[in-house]
Write a protein that binds this ligand. Structure first.
Ligand code: LLP
Length: 444
């Protein structure tokens, strides 16, 4: 989607949006002040800020781009549920034929609840407990992406006890630098994820001892917000060489899961994401000749730019050195800036032409880290102004907390001029549910 404040852009007419999008984002709004055909000023009259809004059209567009690029490939797209686990979003994914990449039993239950067929669910993560493994096995998920020998043995034991066979892919750590933020880089040997090719080779050599595990898949995921094809290409080349070696050694590989990681545009004019068609071309090229199924686990790519966080200015505070724009959204609603120093474009939903100024844009949480942007140049604001924090659809609401006893924000799905509240703002009573005074002291 594209959002241009009226202060700096002339009004666009509906259908006038086929010019190059100056934000660098591929989702073009059809008119100023609207997102997926919904007037945001009016919406914010009905729903108290801060709240997340997602464009169903933009999500479908992204799914479609990837599906189209994959035409002719035996592929399954499994949305990384951690990016946005709202049930309505998962339902939308399911109805478009997309499956789920899960990392906990909570995500499994959400996915099933949203109508995802178990045969479209894959389970990743270094810390699957025996209980979680048993539950996922029971419902018949497609595949476990296994990350350690201990996990492989646990899976064998659990499957044996349940008299079932678990389908397994080994997650390869290809020792590739994803050229992204250190906290979201996962494919280097120093990272906790996956196993080396040497270790995986030993697993396959001994695979016949695993009576209740069908080890016939490879998995790789090197990191997130990757803006270049090179790290993907390098990782896939290593995986492809290993697949060929395994096939020669008599180990059939029925699935290769290429993970997620495709980056998006957070900063207009600066971030230049890879197009889906080029990403898929890289996969096709690296895995040329491969006959089995290819799995993809995109999270951010499918939903980040389809979401915005709507927030109002509480006040402007003139500090000794800086001018602060204090919003009603905070780090508990969107952690990415405080956690990864992530940039998000922030623009006013305003029709007045105003001079530009610089603000440190902050929330009400009592931490200096509760800062969305430093020294950010933007049109002058006044208390009550409605602002958009852009590209918050992924890892926004799903990473939210109630820090400072702030309730979880509402989430709203927009679809061609209509809206549906898909999560209402948390009530105070819900926030404290489960807590109680220490009345009953127990001894062991
Ligand atoms: N597959 C696996 C095994 C993963 O661990 C992840 C993300 C994905 C797929 C999806 O990656 P994506 O396509 O969304 O890049 N909270 C961080 C991102 C953490 C990503 C963790 N794993 C952020 O806000 O940037």
């Amino acid at each position: 989607m594209s959002w241009k404040p009226m202060t700096v852009q002339p009004m666009m007419k509906t259908g006038d949006n086929n010019d190059a999008d100056p934000t660098g984002s591929s989702f073009a709004a059809t008119a100023q002040g609207t997102f997926d055909g919904v007037d945001l000023q009016q919406l914010a009259q009905h729903i108290a800020t801060p709240f997340h809004a997602y464009s169903a059209t933009a999500i479908r567009q992204r799914i479609n781009e990837l599906q189209t690029a994959l035409a002719g490939v035996d592929a399954m797209i499994c949305f990384a549920v951690k990016a946005n686990s709202n049930l309505a979003i998962l339902q939308l994914m399911a109805s478009a034929g997309v499956g789920a990449d899960i990392v906990s039993v909570g995500e499994l239950r959400r996915s099933l609840h949203a109508g995802m067929p178990p045969e479209r669910i894959v389970f990743s993560g270094v810390g699957k407990s025996a209980d979680e493994i048993a539950g996922a096995l029971n419902v018949g998920i497609a595949r476990f992406n296994v990350e350690s020998l201990d996990e492989l043995h646990t899976l064998q034991q659990v499957a044996k006890a349940q008299q079932m066979t678990a389908r397994v892919a080994v997650r390869i750590n290809p020792d590739v630098d994803a050229q992204t933020h250190a906290k979201i880089s996962t494919g280097k040997s120093e990272n906790k994820f996956g196993v080396s090719i040497d270790e995986a080779r030993r697993w396959f050599a001994e695979r016949r001892q695993l009576t209740h595990v069908q080890l016939d898949g490879l998995h790789v995921h090197i990191g997130s917000q990757i803006l270049s094809l090179d790290p993907f290409r390098l990782a896939l080349q290593r995986v492809a060489a290993f697949w060929r070696e395994l096939e020669r050694a008599g180990h059939p590989i029925n699935s290769i899961d290429v993970g997620g990681g495709l980056g998006v545009c957070y900063r207009a004019g600066e971030d230049h994401p890879v197009a889906a068609v080029d990403y898929v071309a890289t996969i096709r090229e690296a895995l040329a000749g491969y006959q089995g199924r290819i799995l993809l686990e995109p999270g951010r790519y499918l939903i980040a730019e389809a979401g915005v966080l709507l927030t109002r200015v509480i006040r402007i505070k003139q500090g000794a050195e800086r001018q602060f724009l204090v919003l009603d959204a905070a780090m508990n609603d969107l952690q990415r800036p405080s956690l990864y120093d992530a940039w998000h474009d922030i623009v006013p939903v305003s029709d007045a032409s105003r001079p530009m100024t610089r603000y440190d844009i902050v929330g009400p949480v009592c931490e200096t880290g509760d800062t969305f942007a430093r020294e950010r140049e933007m049109p002058e604001c006044v208390a009550g102004d409605l602002l958009l924090i852009k590209a918050t659809g992924a890892y926004g609401a799903s990473m939210a907390s109630t820090y400072n006893s702030r309730p979880l924000a509402a989430e709203v799905l927009l679809n061609q001029g209509r809206y549906a509240v898909v999560r209402r703002r948390q009530h105070f009573e819900e926030m404290i549910a489960g807590e109680q005074p220490a009345r009953h002291w127990e001894t062991l």
